[in-house]
Design a protein around this ligand. Structure first.
Ligand code: PFF
Length: 454
């Protein structure tokens, strides 16, 4: 990636842009987090609220971030200094950097679990085990004090190394081939899962909503997850937007990335919930849900041995293409604000985040009794970043585009010679000016008790 005064590195092709943004969006959020929180907050009702947030808030905020990045040609923090010099808007960037810190600390831990499951798959560790034994395999591993910490560190070092190599070589190349392969594997898993005995209860759980199950906490989590899964609210896509060529059709990029992300989350849901019910696992199992469910499916599948290796390899790669985009936010900030080299900034950020990550990992085991606001450290990092920092970041990004940047400049940046019709532009402006900020504010106020919807 370039220094301020060099020509900035650009994604090479249209597909490269989508590959990189989709690479950031598609990750543990889709395959690990979506099923487990959907399981906790009532299945279909959660899914529908989450989809509504994706449409009404995710799409417009994603377009806003890309506009800010491409127009300013800067990272999340510098962008606001260029577009709104001398104003406090730049603090949105600081919020984003903090969110990136917290997210990567627990993200690296879960990615480390995925690495462990590659190893277990290769050792054929799932065959001839009962669902109970598979569940205890997970608990024994995640609660131990050493191995998960080491694997988290290995993953973080890999993330840092790729970030040092740079944008095109680091991101575009990997995503192009491996993301389609991930979809193929998920489809295969979904087919197997749906054909298990008792699968229908799982499909009903995921697609037949019972809105009475929905709580204020569930709605907040659906909102937070809409941001988390699309990599929004902390400036990741501002940074990526700054690498997008001027002739790229941003609206189309936004629609394609959102569609890919959503389809992959739903596919993951179809792969998991039928199996959850077929094997008598609780949908409210929590962060271990995919790790205690999928191995049962693998060892009943023809070719399950290879399938499970491939699945966890791809999950780890999907995690990597997301984690580099998270680290990039912190690195770009350190580099430009503290004038350190790219390499130095990456090493520093990786070390600091990994230290926080060690606490997250230990909080599954030896530090489990330590609770803050009733949550262990791992859940606390997740909760604060996804449910608080990202929605607040998104709220201000929408306000910035709607009220400060304004319709005329949006039109100039997005139009590419008139590709966005007037009607669509009006819908977009209405969403960023009113709908997104008001909806986010209501959900957050409900949570802190200023409004009460239960
Ligand atoms: N979207 C990623 C996922 O779903 O796994 C996680 C993520 C990446 C969150 C980048 C936030 C971000 F800025």
């Amino acid at each position: 990636m370039a220094d301020k005064n060099q020509a900035r590195d650009k994604f090479g092709s249209r597909f490269g842009v989508i590959a990189a943004a989709a690479g950031s969006a598609v990750g543990l959020g889709n395959i690990w987090k979506f099923p487990y929180i959907a399981g906790i907050y009532g299945g279909a009702a959660f899914l529908f609220v989450y989809l509504a947030f994706i449409l009404a808030i995710g799409l417009p905020v994603m377009l806003s971030e890309l506009i800010i990045g491409r127009k300013s040609q800067r990272n999340a923090f510098g962008a606001f200094k260029v577009l709104a010099p001398g104003t406090p808007w730049k603090y949105i960037g600081i919020l984003g950097v903090s969110a990136a810190f917290l997210i990567l600390s627990f993200y690296g831990v879960v990615a480390g679990w995925s690495v462990q499951y590659i190893i277990l798959s290769i050792q054929d560790g799932f065959s001839n085990r009962s669902p109970e034994q598979i569940a205890s395999l997970f608990t024994t591993f995640t609660t131990s004090p050493i191995r998960p910490v080491i694997l988290q560190l290995v993953f973080m070092i890999a993330t840092g190394a790729i970030v040092i190599i740079g944008v095109k070589k680091g991101i575009e190349k990997y995503t192009k081939i491996l993301m389609p392969l991930l979809v193929v594997i998920l489809v295969g898993l979904a087919i197997k899962s749906v054909s298990l005995e008792g699968a229908k209860a799982g499909l009903d759980f995921l697609f037949k909503p019972d809105f009475s199950k929905l709580t204020g906490e569930g709605v907040l989590s659906a909102l937070g997850h809409a941001f988390f899964t699309l990599s929004l609210g902390m400036g990741t896509l501002i940074t990526y937007g700054s690498y997008i060529q001027k002739n790229n059709n941003l609206v189309r990029t936004v629609i394609e990335v959102t569609l890919a992300d959503t389809v992959i989350a739903i596919l993951a849901g179809i792969a998991i919930f039928p199996a959850v019910f077929a094997f008598g696992i609780e949908p409210t199992e929590g962060p271990g849900l995919i790790f205690v469910t999928l191995p049962n499916v693998f060892h009943q599948m023809p070719g399950g041995f290879l399938f499970s290796i491939l699945f966890f390899v791809l999950l780890t790669v999907a995690a990597l293409t997301s984690s580099i985009s998270i680290l990039e936010v912190v690195v770009a900030y350190f580099k430009e604000e503290f004038n350190i080299s790219r390499k130095g900034a990456t090493v520093l950020a990786t070390i600091l985040i990994s230290m926080l990550g060690v606490l997250c990992s230990l909080s599954m085991g030896v530090l489990e009794p330590v609770k803050i606001f009733g949550l262990n450290f791992f859940d606390l990092m997740d909760w604060i970043s996804a449910n608080l920092l990202l929605p607040i970041g998104g709220l201000f990004i929408a306000l910035f585009i709607g009220w400060f940047f304004g319709r005329k400049k949006v039109e100039e940046e997005v139009a590419n010679g008139g590709k966005l019709s007037g009607a669509l532009l009006s819908v977009f402006m209405f969403l960023v000016k009113f709908i997104a900020p008001i909806a986010i504010a209501i959900v957050l106020m409900n949570k802190v008790g200023l409004l009460n919807f239960g």
